[in-house]
Design a protein. Structure first.
Length: 307
């Protein structure tokens, strides 16, 4: 097979630039939605002034699973990874806001799976300490790709092309997020979160085999629901079930638990009592106001009130 050698020059930004200077910013979409695996983690200020990350071990383990599935080497141990988060968030944290950190293992060298080299990049963003506002949602014409095409189980940037198109589709219709169906026309998940539906006082969500990411927040929701004596079931969901559901919401690290007030133009119960109760319980658990045994919070030692 033909091999690609490093050339001396590339054409970029309207001119020839030396190969080593032909760079993109690591935050640009060409990079973040390309050949990489990533995780989004959230950290919250706690009542005692500590700053704690939610389920950091589970995020690290999922990053490694995604990397394994895409044959991307990951040289960092869990302890090294924690130290990186500590260093970056320690430099950025501000006591009035929580933080969301994106950890991306980029492929920086190699071709077609040979001589693959990766680099771990972490970026972190301030987040308001507010309860997520309710949203209107639609059902996209774009679909989650199947497990034999681009498996949803792999948290890679390339998997988010359909999500991006779905958001673009929903925006002019007033939908803040969209449901993606799977290749069989059943509900998979939302563009960057899992779908929760309530029917007859039971919380229902599709299993990962319906084309969803193996969500860490969803497992938390399941545990919280069990403690709250709310029935929780993982089973396939038809599209029409969404249109007759009592409540709909989404869950994920960034959107936490967000309730939908309408789906595809059809209004849902204003109050969403069950999902709102789970939302409250979730926020109280991650903020350490009412800890829950399933929700693991890891303190970052360098992150202190007042920076
Ligand atoms: N599905 C998709 C497509 C996502 O991007 C996310 C966010 N990571 C989720 C589900 C929810 O996963 P988690 O609860 O682990 O954040």
């Amino acid at each position: 097979m033909a091999q690609l050698q490093r050339p001396a020059w590339a054409y970029m930004k309207g001119k020839l630039v030396p190969w080593d200077e032909a760079t993109l910013h690591i935050g640009c979409e060409a990079a973040t939605r390309g050949l990489n695996v990533f995780e989004g983690l959230k950290g919250y200020w706690q009542p005692d002034g500590q700053f704690k990350m939610v389920m950091v071990r589970k995020h690290y383990d999922r990053l490694r699973r995604s990397a394994r599935l895409l044959h991307i080497p990951c040289e960092y141990s869990f302890e090294q990874y924690l130290a990186i988060l500590d260093q970056l968030i320690g430099a950025l944290a501000s006591p009035d806001r929580d933080m969301w950190a994106r950890t991306t293992l980029f492929v920086t060298d190699g071709h077609w799976g040979e001589n693959t080299v990766s680099d771990l990049v972490v970026t972190a963003y301030h987040q308001e300490k507010t309860t997520p506002s309710s949203i209107q949602m639609g059902v996209s014409t774009w679909r989650r790709s199947s497990d034999v095409a681009l498996p949803a189980r792999i948290k890679t940037g390339s998997n988010y092309q359909a999500s991006r198109l779905a958001r673009i589709e929903g925006k002019p219709l007033g939908y803040a997020d969209m449901v993606l169906l799977n290749q069989s026309g059943r509900v998979a998940e939302a563009t960057g979160s899992c779908l929760l539906m309530v029917r007859d006082e039971t919380v229902i969500t599709p299993p990962a085999t319906e084309g969803t990411l193996e969500s860490i927040t969803l497992d938390i929701v399941e545990s919280l629901a069990q403690s709250m004596k709310i029935p929780f079931v993982r089973r396939p969901i038809d599209r029409t079930e969404l249109l007759v559901a009592d409540e709909i919401g989404i869950c994920g690290t960034l959107c936490e638990i967000t309730v939908a007030t309408a789906i595809q133009g059809l209004s849902l119960s204003e109050k969403s009592p069950i999902l709102s109760a789970i939302q409250d319980r979730y926020l109280n658990a991650v903020r350490g106001i009412n800890p829950h045994p399933y929700v693991e919070l890891t303190a970052l030692r360098s992150v202190k009130v007042g920076g």
